[in-house]
Design a binder for this molecule. Structure first.
Ligand SMILES: Cc1ncc(COP(=O)(O)O)c(C=O)c1O
Length: 400
């Protein structure tokens, strides 16, 4: 007998984050159990046969296909996002790749926004074309460019908003309307906004992808990804084939870690945003910094749309440009005593990186500039430390 509480449709987001998806085993454990097993056993050969030919009751058959701990994470995140389905993956990039691969095929066409995380850009510019898919990247803030690109049929539209690292904000509802007319599914990478701030499905998205490695874990412990959607037919006929047969499965241990991360996501985001908002204003006042990009600042080029689609909040990431270029950016990084130099983000610890030479090193210089990445730019993932310690660290490093 188990004593789990049945999820209620009335549960609000914080309750869904803490309790959604919990399934207790016969031991009635409080915290979710880690089912660290690859296989499952059958009482009879006939039961095994029925599990594979679909005539028997739905059950776990192999952890590459599904696993109880991973299923709890999937259900909790789907409840938080307010959608029917979620499939967990081993990393954010496996979520991006599998979502896009399940939308298109050789001879197809994918349109994306140009300001992308380095590996997302690689998938669009290099990997998909290698498999015979035509791809086109547009300036995500240019409505005419979207209209032109989507005047021709497409299978999918891919966009990050806010983008990594330039924090470009794209009008999801505008793009979704055009995309649907072009026959495309809209895939939104919602990593920077998190499910707490932004609800792309309400704005017309068909698929949302996450790197759960970031704020969902929130403590730099493990990799994970997720693909969320309502269209079961797309899943059953396309996505599930990629996941089942190519095996980008999430580890049960990582699913458990991420379940714990979801329990505190909303509280942590409040604190990340409080710190980031104060730090963005503080950094804007420093003479060595020529530009601060933060969606919560009125100076952000898409501030209005950011506030409209991100619940009126700017998120936990800031991009800043040093007037002294790469040398000044490196000097700032090297003189930080508290904030770590790291290309990860969404951690309790504040982390700073130089995108030109790390996350986007592989992208040719000219393309980086077109994406808005300059040699003097740093990306700051604002953590949960005391705001005065963060300010003092940055001030001292800027003024050596
Ligand atoms: C916007 C965005 N999408 C996807 C990814 C990929 O996530 P992962 O590192 O979990 O594969 C990242 C990682 O930095 C990211 O920032």
């Amino acid at each position: 007998m188990t004593t789990e509480k049945k999820a209620s449709d009335k549960w609000r987001a914080a309750t869904r984050s803490v309790r959604g998806g919990t399934k207790r085993s016969g031991f009635n454990e409080t915290s979710e159990a880690i089912f660290m097993n690859s296989g499952y056993v059958y009482d009879t050969a006939a039961e095994a046969e029925a599990s594979f030919d679909g005539s028997g009751p739905e059950r776990f058959v192999y952890s590459r296909f599904a696993n109880p701990t991973v299923a709890m994470f999937e259900e909790r995140l789907a409840l938080l996002e307010g959608v029917e389905h979620c499939r967990a993956t081993a990393s954010g990039m496996s979520a991006v790749w599998n979502a896009l691969a399940a939308c298109t095929k050789a001879g197809g066409r994918v349109v994306g926004s140009r300001a992308l995380f380095g590996s997302c850009e690689f998938i669009l510019t290099t990997l998909l074309p290698r498999f015979g898919v035509e791809t086109e990247l547009v300036d995500g803030t240019d409505h005419d460019a979207w209209e032109k690109a989507l005047s021709k049929p497409a299978d999918a539209v891919f966009l990050e908003t806010p983008s990594n690292p330039t924090l470009e904000v794209i009008d999801i509802a505008f793009v979704a309307e055009l995309a649907h007319k072009a026959g495309a599914r809209v895939v939104v990478d919602n990593v920077f906004a998190t499910p707490i701030l932004q609800h792309p499905f309400e704005l017309g998205a068909d698929i949302v992808v996450y790197s759960a490695t970031k704020h969902i874990d929130g403590q730099g412990r493990c990799l994970g990804g997720a693909i969320l959607f309502n269209d079961k037919e797309w899943h059953d006929n396309h996505l599930t084939q990629f996941l089942r047969h190519t095996g980008p499965s999430m580890s049960p241990f990582n699913a458990w870690t991420l379940l714990k991360g979801l329990e505190t996501l909303s509280l942590r985001m409040d604190a990340h945003i409080r710190n980031a908002t104060e730090l963005a204003t503080f950094l804007s006042q420093q003479p060595q910094i020529s530009n601060v990009i933060y969606p919560g600042l009125a100076s952000h080029p898409q501030h209005e749309i950011a506030m409209k689609q991100m619940s009126g909040r700017g998120g936990g990431l800031i991009a800043l440009e040093l007037a002294g270029g790469k040398q000044a950016a490196f000097s700032l990084l090297d003189n930080l005593q508290l904030i770590d130099i790291s290309n990860n983000l969404g951690d309790a610890k504040s982390l700073a990186t130089h995108p030109w030479t790390t996350t986007h090193q592989r992208v040719p210089g000219e393309d980086k500039l077109t994406m808005g990445i300059t040699e003097g730019m740093l990306r700051l993932s604002v953590g949960l430390e005391d705001i005065d310690d963060l300010k003092e660290d940055l001030f001292a490093a800027l003024n050596v």
